[in-house]
Design a protein. Structure first.
Length: 202
């Protein structure tokens, strides 16, 4: 879920942005001044979401979709943090702009098997700041664990779901492998508040 605390454009646009046909969703905390060479008019979050949905067309292969998504995100000028769920291809993308001008933190709860992303850390658990060094991609495609029973328990955390980092500076993904998450975390992850201003709410 998301909370809108600042307005850009002529009307309030509820968050998260959700695509009815695919179920894909975007939590956006930022200001997109330009996308490519074009200044953004109206709601910048909606403009980014529209391009991301176009990038996740069902006609594209998963690898082509990833490249298209990265092209959109790398073309944004301005401060931002985001979480984008590409439900059609079973991928979760998240990150912060190159200078880290918006907050984004993460937490993996081993006991509950949940992975959380939020703009502010909660009181419980160990929260880590998401580095501003690229776009992170976590795959939760069910095909990734179709043969889960064939893997010993100690290997499943590595074989079922791994987070990849796509650096901001390069045009092509180097698929740098980051910390892996277990299957239970993928099934129960929650998109927490993406807030425009960091402050506590009851």
């Amino acid at each position: 879920m998301s909370t809108v605390l600042a307005l850009r454009g002529g009307q309030v646009t509820p968050q998260p942005f959700v695509d009815a046909s695919s179920g894909s969703a975007l939590c956006w905390n930022g200001e997109a001044w330009k996308i490519g060479q074009d200044p953004v008019e109206g709601n910048d979050g909606q403009a980014v979401f529209t391009l991301l949905i176009q990038a996740t067309s069902s006609k594209k292969l998963p690898s082509e979709t990833t490249i298209a998504i990265l092209e959109v995100l790398r073309s944004i000028s301005g401060p931002f943090a985001f979480v984008f769920l590409d439900k059609r291809h079973g991928q979760l993308y998240f990150g912060r702009d190159r200078l880290g001008r918006r907050s984004l933190v993460s937490k993996y709860d081993f006991d509950l098997g949940t992975f959380e992303l939020c703009s502010i850390s909660g009181e419980k658990g160990f929260w880590l700041e998401v580095e501003a060094d690229g776009v992170y991609q976590l795959s939760y495609d069910s095909s990734a664990w179709q043969n889960e029973s064939q893997h010993p328990p100690e290997d499943r955390v590595k074989t079922i779901a791994v987070t990849y980092k796509h650096p901001w500076a390069t045009a092509d993904s180097d698929n740098s492998v980051c910390s892996p998450f277990g299957a239970s975390s993928i099934e129960t992850f929650r998109l927490c508040h993406i807030l425009t201003h960091s402050r506590d709410y009851p």
